[in-house]
Design a protein around this ligand. Structure first.
Ligand code: 9MJ
Length: 677
């Protein structure tokens, strides 16, 4: 068959692009396009080659697993090739996969037993043990030859240097993923930025960077974790004949295995597992990019064999991408409740993991300059869970000519007031205060929000009308509007108006704590509002308090004290508070001010004694101590019968043994973070 010239050119172009990006990705650890885009290009090339097999050249990127190893590391020839996995992106492909296998196995009517596992997003590593001792660790490289990274892998605390028990095979190769948990990744990136260095795009790049350090100390400073999911060469001892049993055996020899794996039946079992994990994805402590289904029976695995480098008996069912390419069409500036100016990128609409994204936060001017984001740029956007989408990076090679660096305006785009950026702060603010309609709108929305005055039905659209139409000027005006006035607003009728009035009336009976939070004083969140209410018992003494007095309240430092004091100095605020109390009749039950000594009893961990042992990855011991104390706990240096709970970090020592001995409650870092959140 002759290949049309256009197709030939298209294939050449795809190959060149893929090779270029695989170099950025594997050799430089600095990918220029999202994985999803790379996958898409690869699939396009695969489709062309499937249609015109004559197109396939030995150097086509479709013909190998990974890229060549970096020159600086010793080369390791894998005794058995390290496999890659074929991908499925849709449910139909999982059904096709299962059908193919049943046909090959001649079990068309039976259900295949699968081991379903998380697909960890890190780097594949092969560990070789001889006589129970770790002798080499290698990266996958191109599947046949990898890089020797033994010293670096030895810094991973979960990788056993010596196997447990006596019944392990004299030669055992174990394969798994080295990865960086999300919490460690966030911390590492904070450090990178603090040092003026470039942050990593994602935990996988950070893990790759860490593992390929020439000095193992540098790896240790960027900690990794490891989970195993396969074996390579095994000599001198039979392993069980089910994949899931092999993993359990590996765990007994000391290897970390995933606690999320499950044995499931047939494609439906696989898909149910997929959906179940997809809903938990954002809560997992590490990143995954899909699920792997493996035929559980080793007898069946052998019958199925391989196609090029991928086993026929396994498939990776990828999650929808969380990153995508799009263009920045403009940069808007939003004004927040406290006047903070936040630049927001307006994007050409793009589907990211099933959701259409049109905006991404750019945080502040520094962030824009650091990432060098300009109108007209092609960017990678990322969406994870419920968080606001972000621009990960710019594709500089796609930048059109004559773009301009973005500058935060010197005047508020909403009210025209001067914009100031206090020295040392990243945030620029509009100085218009409640004179700025944007700040007024958000002050009202905050006041009405569920955890503040809980005024049901007073949403964003309604508040916009109230401010834009000059119906209300401040919070107190909300309570004097008549049913008729509410009913005249767009998309409102008699019934909705009556509902709002009733919600407003209901909100009048509240607590001091909610009222203080609702006022929207800077730096006064719910917990500060609570301690202020408890400390002062009623509003008047708080309004009269000096900055020094305020600072005697637990958790209130000089900055918070300054904001509270300044708030109650402003005649406008005093007037609104007076009207809310006297005209609107907002009220609460006054309580006795708590004396400073009695106050800690009100805190959630009051009366409890905590002990810290081992090191935490997300904060120092002192920081952890402060957090516990802020919640009212006492922090002690030793475990005794009186200890309420021990927080167990890494490399915990004798305190852990003591706690076990005394049967004292123990929690790990994750649980501790939950507790103090
Ligand atoms: C990952 N990346 O989590 C495999 N993988 O098995 C799991 N990778 C794999 N299995 C055989 N869970 C080749 C690769």
């Amino acid at each position: 068959m002759t290949i049309p010239k256009k197709i030939q050119q298209q294939a050449n172009q795809l190959r060149a692009t893929l090779n270029e990006h695989s170099y950025f990705y594997y050799v430089l650890d600095d990918p220029k396009i999202p994985d999803s885009e790379y996958d898409r290009l690869m699939r396009e090339l695969q489709a062309l080659e499937a249609q015109y097999p004559e197109l396939i050249t030995p150097d086509s990127p479709t013909q190998r697993v990974g890229a060549t190893p970096l020159p600086n590391f010793a080369e390791v020839i894998h005794s058995q090739p390290m496999l890659s996995l074929s991908n499925a992106f849709e449910e139909g492909e999982v059904h096709d996969f299962d059908k193919r296998l049943r046909e090959r196995l001649g079990v068309a009517e039976a259900e295949i037993e699968y081991a379903a596992e998380l697909k960890l997003d890190g780097l594949a590593v092969s560990l070789r043990y001889e006589q129970g001792l770790l002798v080499t660790a290698a990266t996958r490289g191109d599947g046949n030859r990898g890089e020797e990274v033994t010293g670096n892998v030895k810094t991973i605390k979960t990788v056993p240097l010596k196997l447990r028990g006596k019944d392990f095979p004299p030669v055992l190769e174990v394969r798994g993923e080295a990865f960086m948990p999300k919490a460690w990744f966030d911390k590492l990136n904070q450090q990178q930025v603090g040092r003026g260095e470039k942050p990593f795009a994602n935990p996988r790049n950070a893990a790759a960077g860490s593992l390929r350090q020439l000095d193992a100390h540098a790896t240790a400073a960027r900690p990794l974790d490891f989970i195993c999911y396969a074996v390579g060469q095994v000599e001198g001892r039979e392993l069980p004949n089910r994949h899931s049993d092999i993993l359990n055996q590996l765990q007994r020899w000391g290897f970390p295995i995933s606690k999320y794996s499950q044995v499931v039946m047939g494609p439906q079992g696989c898909l149910t597992y997929y959906q179940q994990i997809l809903t938990q994805r954002d809560q997992l402590p590490f990143e995954i990019d899909g699920i792997v289904y493996k035929v559980n029976s080793l007898v069946q695995q052998e019958q199925l064999g391989f196609v090029s480098r991928a086993p026929r008996w396994a498939i990776a069912h990828k999650f929808p991408a969380q990153e995508a390419l799009t263009q920045v069409e403009g940069i808007d500036v939003q004004v927040g409740r406290t006047g903070a100016l936040t630049p927001v990128a307006r994007l050409a609409p793009v589907n990211v993991g099933g959701v259409t994204i049109t905006n991404a936060t750019l945080h502040n001017q520094e962030e824009i300059h650091r990432k060098d984001i300009r109108v007209g740029d092609t960017v990678i956007v990322r969406r994870a869970g419920d968080v606001i989408p972000e621009v990960v990076r710019v594709l500089l090679e796609k930048r059109p000519p004559r773009t301009k660096l973005f500058q935060v305006p010197t005047q508020c785009p909403v009210c025209g007031s001067q914009v100031l950026r206090p020295e040392g702060e990243a945030v620029a603010r509009c100085t218009g205060g409640l004179g700025c309609p944007a700040q007024r709108k958000q002050a009202i929305q905050h006041f009405a929000s569920r955890r503040a005055m809980n005024i049901e039905g007073l949403g964003e659209k309604l508040v916009e009308q109230l401010i834009d139409g000059n119906v209300v000027a401040n919070l107190a005006d909300l309570y004097i509007l008549t049913t008729k006035q509410w009913a005249e607003l767009e998309r409102m009728g008699e019934k909705s108006a009556a509902n709002i009035i009733s919600a407003l009336n209901k909100s009048k009976s509240t607590t001091l704590e909610r009222f203080l939070y609702a006022l929207g004083i800077r730096e006064v969140g719910e917990s500060t509002a609570r301690v202020l209410a408890q400390h002062f018992g009623s509003l008047e003494p708080l309004m009269r308090a000096t900055e020094e007095e305020l600072q005697t309240v637990p958790d209130v430092g000089p900055i918070v004290a300054k904001h509270i004091f300044a708030f109650f100095q402003q005649p406008h605020n005093l007037d609104v508070i007076q009207r809310l109390q006297e005209e609107a009749k907002i009220h609460w039950t006054e309580s006795q001010p708590t004396s400073p000594k009695a106050l800690p009893n009100a805190l959630p961990l009051a009366g409890q004694t905590y002990v810290l042992t081992g090191s935490l990855s997300s904060m120092t011991r002192d920081e952890a101590k402060e957090k516990l104390q802020a919640l009212g706990a006492k922090v002690s240096g030793s475990v005794s019968k009186k200890t309420s709970c021990v927080i167990v970090g890494e490399e915990a020592g004798s305190k852990l043994d003591k706690a076990r001995e005394l049967g004292i409650k123990m929690i790990d870092e994750q649980e501790f973070l939950e507790l103090v959140k």
